[in-house]
Each structure stands twice: as structure tokens, then as C-alpha cells.
Design a protein around this ligand. Structure first.
Ligand code: ZN
Length: 162
């Protein structure tokens, strides 16, 4: 039996725990492993690069810098909006998370950064922008992708097709 190593065109299952600033913020442990198509940019680049060449059963601690993760904090992603545009049922205080609609109709994620007399300052950065990501990962499964998965650039993994 030859030992397979993770490379492009394979469907990889991993167990992972993600810590940021020493706090666990996401984990697959105790649930379904994360399954993704390797080499198709389904996961952040810094993690994909480190998983390359791993074998099933192998574990690794991976530290991903912001530039290989969710990017640096973009100062231009802070915008001011007049208080009057917010419906009255939205609590206007720092830390409140909002889902807005972008000019192209796509959902846009924002957090209230600060509230001033007339304006609300919104932070449109990804919540993990500027953060160093600490992953504990274990490869728990590996198989060749199907022709259809390769064509679509993602795994079908038994879930409903989208
Ligand atoms: Zn598909």
C-alpha cells in the first residue's frame, strides 16, 4: 500500500482548530471534518501551502500571517454613514455586526466601529483581517477528486450540488 501525500487535484479532509489571540474561534473537532479540493484556492493560501505533501494521520501546527490569511486591515474599509440610514431596531453601539447590501446587490459584512453624534463608523474589513491565525490540523482523509469536481473547482462530498 503506497502512502498518498496531499497534492493538487485531491480531495482532502482535515480536522482543524483555529486560534486567534490565544482564543479558539473555530474548530471541526467533535463535528464533521472540513473537506476541500486541494490546489483550487478553496481555503486560505497560507494553510493550503502548508498542507501540501502531508499524509493521512499527520498533524501540524500552522501559523498563517495576515497576508496569507484574510489580509491586512484596510484603512479605506472604514466608512461613515449618517445615523438616519439605520432602521430604529438596530442598536447603534460599537461591536454590533450588520449585514448590508453592496452596490452590486451582494451581501456585505460590517461591524460598527464607533458611534458619533451624527454618523456611525462602519468597519468593512473581514473580522479576521490583520490577525495571525494559529491552526492545529490533522489530515484525516485523502482521495482523488472526480472529473466533475476538478471541472467545478470544488468538492461535492455527498452534499447537495450547488
Ligand atoms: Zn459543483
Amino acid at each position: 500500500m503506497s502512502e498518498q501525500k496531499v497534492k493538487s487535484g485531491q480531495v482532502v479532509s482535515i480536522e482543524y482548530t483555529l486560534r486567534v489571540d490565544g482564543k479558539v474561534i473555530d474548530s471541526s473537532v467533535g463535528g464533521e471534518p472540513l473537506e476541500y479540493l486541494h490546489g483550487a484556492s478553496n481555503i486560505i493560501p497560507g494553510l493550503e501551502r502548508e498542507i501540501e505533501g502531508m499524509a493521512v494521520g499527520e498533524s501540524k501546527n500552522v501559523v498563517v500571517s495576515p497576508e496569507d490569511g484574510y489580509g491586512e486591515v484596510n484603512e479605506e474599509a472604514f466608512i461613515e454613514a449618517p445615523r438616519s440610514v439605520f432602521p430604529p431596531d438596530i442598536p447603534l453601539r460599537p461591536g454590533v455586526e450588520l449585514q448590508l447590501t453592496g452596490s452590486d446587490g451582494s451581501p456585505l459584512y460590517a461591524r460598527i466601529e464607533g458611534v458619533e453624534e451624527d454618523v456611525v463608523v462602519l468597519n468593512l474589513n473581514h473580522p479576521l483581517a490583520g490577525k495571525e491565525l494559529h491552526f492545529d490540523i490533522t489530515v484525516v482523509g485523502l482521495r482523488d477528486a472526480t472529473a466533475e469536481e476538478l471541472k467545478h473547482g470544488h468538492t461535492h462530498g455527498g452534499h447537495a450540488h450547488h
